[in-house]
Ligand binder design. Structure first.
Ligand code: ADP
Ligand code: MG
Length: 575
């Protein structure tokens, strides 16, 4: 007797058998070769008409349930898709490669899903079309959602902070106990022994094919019938790094090397403005610590007798107000003058360097911090358009100066630290200019920002830890907890140089307008005008009169007005 195929299908449907039969066993009570046991499949199928009927009868409730289910299924699908992609990209090829040294023995490789978070997204080169699309997206679309989501995440963190201990207890109560060892890679080879050559080959394969950020600690166990090997990633960077570490690791660095923070396994991370790159690009979401990073490099430069020029409309660097060696520009005309002066010095040094030996020291180091590259260029262009004479060139000389500094090599000891989401600034020379920024620091990045700024490096997951950066040099990203200094610590650390009298050799080194006269006394009104204190004149006067936050004592009098030490005023402004 032949069976109608449709009847057979109906039977399989109702009986909980797989609809498409492949080789294998499909028992009713246990899982067999299928994903589900027969009874589970049967239950799911038979429940379906019932659910449909219920949906018909209670549409509103059904919609709510369906929405929940869709979200749940969506997040599950995303997770399993990621896991699959991870297996396909990393695990399977590694197993394939390991088969070569071990021959016919069975190989089993287990990679904890937790490691999937550490493993970088593979770097793929961008086509010009993709690059253009990403630049456009990054400039026009991403800012719309990025800021609100970051603010939302911050608000959530702040709001749930008091609840965290309880949430943590709840989490440990409902979740299965985690293994003590943390995420790891575990390899089992069904052979009683592997030689040391095989071991070193296998080790090299695992390290090459599963590029977990940071180093792996390896151990082999050859006892028994099988051989097992385990790799555990070295400890992630510490959660917080501060002045103590800077004092330990920042001491004794050579003149061009700067301390950034602690990396995997708590090793000190430094960059060299001579060997790595003279210029630094910084890209990060708001509140991720861009100004803190810029401050960290600035204080080290100041401490070694260098100069810092800050182009910043928002006043993110109050710590630097009134410090010797700092030129703080908040208005476009100040930025204009400072940039042109700095580029002139750099240019002179560059020309001179040609006639000097390789290790010639041109003088103090200069760091230009540009807090928002694109906006700054826009402001400089706008100001120039309003203020230039008819006979002046169309292009703002300050923008030209900025571009010139960005193209300076290490010999001139002029460095640009540019905060730029994408570094697409055409005014600086577009994509070619990007090459000048060989040190790139990324935090709270999006895929888009990463691909635009460091297309050559694979992308690790962005961390939510404050101050956790990826420092990319030569295509290699190193996870770094950047050292955080409070404003007072930064001032104190930077200020050591001031006592050695480095700040006032302007005439020798060129016309950089620093605050030499700032160390004389100022009136309160002058302090307000210069932005030494964050208040308007009236508010500052009232605070002074009422003695809010212990204001400084006057050091003298100029006619009717009291005179103050600008240092002390700036400190007061930060209390
Ligand atoms: N490396 C860090 N370690 C600890 N906290 C940090 C670090 N970087 C930033 N923060 C915290 O985040 C705040 C915002 O940092 P900030 O540099 O002003 O962000 P951005 O300039 O990116 O908007 C800081 O005031 C500080 O409290
Ligand atoms: Mg900032």
């Amino acid at each position: 007797m032949t069976t109608d195929p449709l009847d057979a299908l109906a039977y399989r449907l109702i009986a909980g058998r797989p609809l498409v039969l492949r080789d294998g066993t499909y028992p009713y009570l246990s899982r067999g070769d299928g994903r589900w046991a027969g009874w589970q499949r049967q239950l799911a199928r038979l429940a379906m008409p019932g659910l449909a009927a219920a949906g018909w009868a209670y549409p509103a409730e059904t919609r709510a349930v369906a929405l929940g289910a869709t979200l749940g299924v969506g997040s599950w699908a995303k997770r399993s898709w990621k896991r699959r992609r991870f297996r396909r990209a990393y695990v399977s090829p590694t197993v394939k490669a390991i088969r070569v040294p071990v021959g016919t023995a069975d190989v089993e490789l287990e990679v904890d899903p937790g490691l999937g978070r550490l493993v970088a997204r593979l770097a793929k080169p961008l086509s010009p079309a993709e690059e253009q699309a990403r630049a456009w997206y990054g400039e026009h679309v991403e800012p719309i959602w990025r800021r609100p989501t970051e603010l939302g995440a911050d608000a959530w963190d702040t709001a749930t902070a008091p609840l965290q201990p309880r949430l943590e207890r709840l989490r440990t109560w409902v979740s299965r106990p985690k293994p003590q060892h943390g995420p790891r890679i575990r390899l089992t080879i069904a052979a009683p022994y592997v030689t040391s050559e095989q071991r070193s080959l296998i080790s090299a394969i695992v390290r090459a094919k599963i590029p977990v950020g940071g180093e792996l600690v390896e151990s082999w166990d050859q006892v028994g019938h099988e051989v097992t090997a385990t790799w555990v990633p070295r400890k992630r960077p510490p959660a917080k790094v501060g002045l103590t570490q800077l004092e330990v690791h920042g001491a004794g660095l050579s003149d061009d090397v700067f301390y950034l923070g602690q990396g995997p396994g708590d090793q000190a991370i430094t960059v060299s403005l001579a060997a790595d790159s003279p210029h630094i690009a910084v890209s990060a979401g708001s509140g991720a610590g861009k100004s803190v990073l810029a401050q960290l490099i600035a204080v080290q430069i100041l401490r070694r007798g260098g100069r810092v020029i800050i182009l910043d409309r928002k006043g993110s660097h109050r710590w630097a107000l009134g410090l010797p060696g700092v030129t703080y520009c908040t208005r476009p005309e100040e930025m204009h003058d400072a940039l042109i002066a700095a580029a002139a010095v750099a240019d002179r040094r560059n020309a001179e360097a040609l006639h000097q030996p390789e290790d010639w020291n041109p003088g103090h180091r200069v760091l230009v911090i540009c807090e928002e590259l694109n906006a700054t260029i826009g402001q400089l262009a706008g100001w120039w358009a309003d203020n230039r004479e008819k006979s002046d060139p169309k292009r703002s000389p300050a923008i030209a100066a900025l571009a010139e500094i960005a193209f300076m090599g290490r010999a001139a000891k002029h460095h640009l630290l540019a905060v730029a989401q994408m570094l697409t600034a055409r005014a600086l020379g577009g994509p070619e200019c990007r090459e000048n920024f060989g040190i790139r620091c990324m935090a709270r990045y999006t895929v888009n920002a990463w691909k635009m700024l460091v297309p050559e490096a694979s992308m690790p997951r962005a961390s939510r830890t404050l101050g956790r950066w990826q420092v990319v040099v030569g295509g290699v990203a190193v996870e770094t907890q950047v050292c955080y200094l409070t404003a007072a610590e930064a001032r104190r650390y930077a200020h050591v140089a001031a006592t050695s009298g480095v700040a006032c050799d302007m005439q020798v080194n060129g016309p950089i307008k620093a605050n030499c006269d700032d160390r004389d006394t100022v009136t309160l009104r002058e302090a307000v005008d210069r932005g030494l204190v964050p208040w308007k004149w009236n508010a500052a006067r009232k605070r002074m009169e009422r003695g809010v936050n212990d204001p400084p004592k006057p050091t003298g009098k100029d006619g009717q007005a009291y005179l103050y030490d600008p240092e002390q005023l700036a400190d007061w402004g930060q209390r």
